[in-house]
Write a protein that binds this ligand. Structure first.
Ligand code: FAD
Length: 179
């Protein structure tokens, strides 16, 4: 980001800052109960909304805690996060990092999903230091490393299935937008 000289000093170039590629990582706690259908609805909605503003990322959920990575232009990541924070389906939203980055971790995923079956004891011990998914123990670097590690080993078939469903949903939404 470059600053612009103005009378009496320097002013940040907000337009450029808003266009900067950023990564935001947070964790939160499930509020109450969530069904598979509710979770699928969150994912479908996320993928449709995020694709519209070129936000990409991943969501981990072990049936208790969420850990999410959002990447995109600062303005758009901010807007998506503001909606997420106000969502009553989770609580105790805690920001780990919101920082400029040179490139995205998951450029082709509007929202990749990583479930409890992938958050094994071994993986949790390796990244969280205990045999349970405890995102409050993660630094920004460890959170990114954990999600990248899981994304690389994630079963491809289930991801392709959900991606196909999302593509269908996005097509419907786009057609509705254009009508
Ligand atoms: P709609 O989906 O049409 O919803 C309208 C309003 O109703 C919103 O305020 C919504 O929060 C609320 N709502 C809808 N369904 C329910 C329900 N079952 N219970 C309570 N309130 C409900 N959204 C994204 O766009 N991108 C993301 O990456 C993303 N990640 C998320 C991660 C988590 C852990 C959670 C809990 C939610 C996430 N969401 C995400 C959803 C987000 O919080 C908003 O609900 C969504 O962005 C609103 O989408 P919409 O404006 O299209 O409204």
């Amino acid at each position: 980001m470059t600053d612009t000289p103005v009378e009496g000093g320097w002013e940040p170039n907000w337009v450029e800052a808003e266009g900067e590629l950023c990564r935001l990582i947070y964790f939160s706690r499930l509020a109450g109960r969530i069904s598979k259908v509710d979770l699928k609805n969150i994912l479908t909605r996320s993928r449709v909304n995020n694709a519209r503003v070129d936000v990409t990322g991943a969501l981990c959920f072990d049936n208790r805690f969420f850990l999410q990575i959002l990447e995109g232009r600062r303005l758009h990541v901010n807007r998506v996060f503001a909606r997420i924070v106000g969502d009553p389906r989770h609580s105790d939203v805690s920001l780990i990092t919101f920082t400029p980055v040179a490139e995205r971790l998951f450029p082709s995923w509007s929202m990749m999903f990583i479930g409890a079956d992938q958050l094994t004891r071994d993986t949790c011990r390796r990244f969280c230091g205990v045999e349970a998914f405890r995102p409050e123990r993660l630094t920004a670097e460890r959170a990114a490393a954990l999600v990248r590690y899981l994304a690389e080993g994630a079963p491809k078939a289930s991801m392709e299935e959900t991606a196909a469903e999302t593509a269908e949903e996005t097509t419907k939404e786009t057609a509705a937008d254009q009508a």
